[in-house]
Design a protein around this ligand. Structure first.
Ligand code: NAG
Ligand code: NAG
Length: 347
């Protein structure tokens, strides 16, 4: 009896085991299949083509890991922002950091603090509860820097487009490529990085910048065409640095015009950001130049104050190319260092 009982018991557990094995294999196959389908769909959506099957498999594995991270993050709740499988979903965070961004932080921060520049909005007190420079017609459509680290050019151009609109009434899309190709005698290095302040210096010296239409973006370092660059469409008279590490100063500036800001955009949450008010993870190693084109102080988003930031990674990243970044955080540098090296052109 005892042996029969134990036999039956063994048999029973074997049956259970084999059912479990077949079920779990099936569900694994299913999720692997649906993940492969998602990858195919994502590839079509983003026009991604891989050179061979090995590369495709390699990219699929990264895509899968990212999607699993995104889903775990989003279903965990309690986050003010969501992640999504955007155009960077088949890149590891290391690859992403290596090929996008392109802000080269100026080392002499100390020098910067000592030589304090003018800040024309120093005594401004009438900051509105919210401001969105897009609604004032001072922001051109989202652009895409592609795989060229010239965020600095996009950031400087966006704040220049803003001040040009505010002083002349005309919104003109200006040329990043002119900066990439022609602003090469100083520290700026086209697709290898640069600084917004240097771009402003170039615009002052060069007596302006031409239009995007006349000198279109190619996402590569090219030879400066003085013919294209000769027809200036917008000029600036100077630029000013916002006093560093002070979000209340940044508020005064952004309330008055779009402002170029440097941030640490290297984190995987920034890479895969899709919507909501971004609250981190990020550090303060400034590696990306973007443009603060608005602010929000109260009301929606459960009272989370934020900066409205225009990025240059196309409209499929974030909120149609924008990110809302938490404002007035505990760190004086601001979230992702947004208050560390802000500046704006004057006209
Ligand atoms: C701000 O006000 C102070 C005190 O009146 C004045 O000295 C300073 O020049 C003002 N700053 C600007 C930028 O107007
Ligand atoms: C705001 O609060 C509501 C209710 O508690 C919640 O459902 C919603 O997700 C919150 N939104 C954000 C952006 O945190």
């Amino acid at each position: 009896m005892a042996s029969l009982a134990s036999h039956r018991c063994l048999l029973f557990s074997l049956v259970i085991f084999s059912i479990w094995v077949s079920l779990s294999t099936a569900s694994r196959d299913l999720s692997e299949t649906s993940m492969k389908e998602r990858h195919e769909k994502w590839m079509a959506q983003h026009g991604r083509v891989y050179k061979d099957a090995a590369e495709k498999l390699h990219r699929f594995k990264i895509f899968k890991a990212n999607v699993e991270y995104i889903e775990a993050f989003n279903s965990a709740g309690a986050h003010k922002y969501k992640l999504g499988a955007n155009q960077f979903a088949d890149l590891t965070n290391e690859e992403f950091r290596a090929s996008y961004n392109g802000f080269r932080p100026s080392k002499p921060n100390v020098l910067k603090a000592a030589v304090r520049s003018n800040f024309k909005y120093e005594n401004f007190t009438a900051a509105p509860a919210s401001m969105d420079w897009r609604t004032k017609g001072a922001v051109t459509p989202i652009k895409n820097q592609g795989q060229c680290g010239c965020c600095w050019a996009f950031s400087a151009v966006a704040s220049t487009e803003g001040i040009h609109k505010l002083t002349t009434g005309k919104l003109i899309s200006l040329s990043e490529q002119e900066l990439v190709d022609c602003d090469t005698s100083g520290e700026d290095q086209g697709c290898n990085g640069g600084l917004m302040d240097n771009a402003f210096k170039f615009m002052i010296k060069n007596k302006g910048l031409t239009t995007e239409a006349r000198y279109p973006y190619t996402a590569t370092d090219g030879t400066c065409s003085s013919k294209k660059a000769s027809a200036s469409a917008a000029t600036i008279t100077g630029y000013e640095d916002v006093p560093a590490n002070d979000e209340s100063s940044l508020l005064k500036a952004v309330a008055n015009q779009p402002v170029s800001v440097a941030i640490d955009a290297g984190g995987s949450d920034f890479q895969l950001y899709s919507s909501g008010v971004f609250t981190g993870e990020c550090g303060t190693e400034l590696d990306h130049g973007v443009t603060a084109v608005g602010l929000y102080s109260s009301g929606a988003s459960n009272g989370t104050k934020y900066w409205l930031v225009k990025n240059s990674w196309g409209a499929s990243w974030g909120e149609k190319g924008y990110i809302r970044m938490e404002r007035d955080v505990d760190a004086e540098e601001g979230l992702c260092g947004i208050a560390m090296q802000a500046s704006y052109p004057t006209a």
